[in-house]
Design a protein around this ligand. Structure first.
Ligand code: FAD
Length: 396
């Protein structure tokens, strides 16, 4: 029965769209199921490491993504109090030569558009917006998913790509909480023309301070300026109006470099993201159901790799399903083997890097001194385990 049924992919975020595309390119029928009415509307920037470009090649969207990308000459960390440089990774020609692919920043809507347009161009992907996953039953030779409005969709297998608060994960792994770390984020995009001269840079810059940071970079041919302000707060779930949020921001960033205040003045404070991850787990599959991306291994943003990991997952999983010739249990076993340690390391190291970004007092001074001794090659060695990427399996 399963052979005639589509694979159900729950969640049309970056990971789900990549999985649907990867499977469809291999000839599988796919239903891409999304609870939102409109797909791909989260309008902020995203950084992508070189490790994700071989995945884009496999998915057939590399050129489309490159055409929409910004290529920063450097990725810098600056000290938020003094403005001095803490770390620098050159991301120009030497980087591309070392890692084989570039480091880019891209508008999330553009990246999502590349993946969704490629899905729409294939006859074997059915995109189902306004369809929320509620539960799934593994029937042995197929799955039956019930939607929040009571419909039943059958499939050969189900992939939960439904993000940090995954309902598929809740059913597979049980009731366990995300781990909020006491920080929140506000994200903003403004026309570059609005940005004062002294904050306009081609680089990706992270300003790290005690208990707060700001990330800035340009997008879309430098016509847009992306800002993310992240800080520790006692009440992460506080719902307040913009004036109250602004007052908190001003207090938190009181000692920050004047350039950061230029950016804070431009922040749109309507929406907040609570920063959270989960402790890594060894297994996230059961029978014909598995997870990918944030549903499987959500991470802090320290390495800017959450979406990259979701897309790597998607391509590795599609390859394993292809190799398994219909044996989803075997496919998922191999997929987990390929992904568990890499993603666990991202999650755990991201926590350490998060602390590193936010040091204060003498620990901050010691960090700055130690980093000043590092060479460009040292920096490449530090990130090589991520940026050297993954090999796709050739057999199960
Ligand atoms: C401030 C910030 C900055 C970041 N910067 C970067 C970066 O620079 N680089 C990077 O690689 N990563 C970055 N990330 C991480 C990245 O955004 C995530 O890791 C990535 O989006 C995960 O993709 P996903 O497809 O697994 O989940 P999501 O993108 O969360 O997609 C999940 C989808 O599932 C849908 N859904 C949820 N529940 C249901 C349901 N019940 N039924 C149907 N559909 C459902 C949702 O509507 C959504 O469309 C950042 C994150 C944040 C918060």
């Amino acid at each position: 029965m399963a052979a005639q049924l589509p694979i159900l992919v729950v969640g049309a975020g970056l990971g789900g769209a990549a999985a649907a595309l990867g499977l469809a390119r291999k000839g599988f029928a796919v239903r891409l199921i999304e609870e939102a009415v409109e797909l791909g509307v989260i309008g902020y920037g995203i950084q992508l490491g070189p490790n994700v470009f071989p995945m884009f090649r496999e998915l057939g969207v590399e050129q489309a993504v490159l055409a929409k990308s910004h290529f920063p000459p450097d990725v810098l960390m600056l000290d938020a109090l003094s403005g001095e440089r803490v770390t620098r990774v050159h991301t120009g020609p030497a980087f591309k030569q070392r890692f084989g692919d570039p480091y880019v920043a891209i508008h999330r809507v553009d990246l999502h558009g590349c993946l969704l347009d490629a899905c729409r161009a294939l006859p074997n992907v059915e995109i189902m917006p306004a369809t929320a996953f509620q539960s799934v039953e593994d029937k042995g030779d197929h799955v039956a998913m019930t939607t929040a409005d009571g419909r039943v969709l059958t499939g050969s297998a189900l992939i939960g790509a439904d993000g940090l608060g995954s309902a598929v994960r809740k059913q597979l792994v049980g009731e366990e909480k995300t781990v909020p770390i006491g920080y929140v984020a506000h994200r903003t995009i403004v026309p570059m023309a609005m940005a004062p001269e002294r904050v306009r840079h081609d680089d990706v810059i992270l300003w790290g301070g005690p208990g707060f940071h700001i990330v800035q970079y340009p997008l879309r041919d430098k016509t847009l300026f992306n800002i993310v302000a992240v800080f520790r707060t006692e009440n992460i779930h506080q719902r307040a109006d913009e004036d109250a949020y602004r007052a908190i921001l001003m207090k938190t960033y009181a000692g920050a470099h004047p350039a950061m205040h230029d950016m804070l003045a431009m922040m749109d404070l309507k929406r907040r993201w609570v920063i959270a991850d989960r402790d890594p787990i060894r297994h996230w599959s059961c029978g014909r159901v598995t997870l990918l991306g944030d549903a499987a291994h959500p991470t802090l943003q320290s390495y800017a790799q959450g979406a990259c990991m979701a897309i790597e997952d998607a391509v590795v999983l599609a390859r394993c399903i292809e190799l398994s010739k219909g044996d989803f249990v075997a496919a998922y076993r191999r997929y987990e083997q390929e992904r568990v340690l890499r993603t666990a390391r991202i999650v755990l190291d991201s926590r350490k890097l998060w602390e590193f970004y936010h040091l204060g007092g003498v620990a901050r001074d010691a960090r700055n001194q130690a980093e000043a001794e590092k060479t460009d090659d040292d920096m490449y060695r530090c990130v090589a385990w991520i940026y050297d990427g993954v090999k796709l399996p050739t057999e199960l």
